[in-house]
Design a protein around this ligand. Sequence first.
Ligand SMILES: Cc1ncc(COP(=O)(O)O)c(C=O)c1O
Length: 370
Amino acid sequence: MKVYLDNGATTPVDPRVLREMLPYFTSKFGNASSIHQFGQESKEALEKARKQIARAINASPNEIIFTSGGTESDNLAIHGVYKGHIITSSIEHPAILNYCKHLNHTIIPVDNYGFVNFDKFEKAFTPESMASIMFANNEVGTIEPIKRLAEITKSKDALFHTDAVQAFGKVPIDVKKLGIDLMTLSSHKIYGPKGVGALYVKEGIDIKPLLRGGGHEFSKRSGTENVPGIVGFGKAAELAVKDMKKDNDKLTKLRDKMIKSLLEIPNSKLNGHPRERLSNNVNVSFSFIEGEALVLNLDMKGIAASTGSACSSSKLEPSHVLLALGIHPAEAHGSLRMTLGRFNTNKEIDYVLKQIPEAVLKLRRISPFR
Ligand SMILES: Cc1ncc(COP(=O)(O)O)c(C=O)c1O
């Protein structure tokens, strides 16, 4: 049996999305900037997708800029409005943290669940500040109180950006109600194609482009638009909202079944918050073993999962997210992240829940840490 439980890394393309995309690789191949019929056909498809994305987050189409993905949108958001100081959190994606390294920045710590410290956040503002706090964390699934963080930012007359790559499609997002100024989205986490993303920029906010050229995307992101990809992203966003309740009901049940069962393994611990977490996220640490060894063992059984540790050049470093949550490095090393998706079944999860305890037991038997 093959079970894909790494939907936080990327999702398969939904067949309904692929169907929409296919004509834009063949007969409808025009450049959306061309004035002939081929071009206009692509332009219409591009604008339809812009409307679909906008509708999914209660924005206006002219507030959506298409990019090459979450990483570019994160970089563009910061580059676009940075005035001299950025406030971010210790558990952000590298697309934020590595960009901030080159800027004047303040990193706000999080508590044991991954919630940003309000008090330190509020005190970090200077007249030059902007803030960027992720909507939901990609490793432990913690959902941040975005409305409150945006309110604090507004009270300081600053701009608020959120990376909603993981939250989009799982948490209802209304940018107006939440008070978000800029927001990052990515297509390949919501059953759309890879290499496509968007940045929501609230009307009236002027951003400085990263890519300059022919003036595409309201002169905010030059480069010929990836029309098939964008068409797929639009459809995926429409489906994400339409199916959100159905998907979440199913995912939450599977997630909770997995968490309950895995915590019956002695010396195991859930990472992140038990309830304020993404419907598809399971992150558990097993003492005395290496997460990588567990991932490889599961891979041999056909199960695709990931670990909290990142392989960095020569040494294995525990995840910066787990360490920020105050998890001991040894425990962080023994973490396993499984992210469910729309196409997982109960039968698959039963199989996984049979394989994991066996793999953990086997690895503990040979563990030098016991
Ligand atoms: C929270 C978060 N932000 C940004 C990204 C980067 O997105 P992309 O792969 O589209 O560049 C990811 C992808 O893993 C993510 O999980």
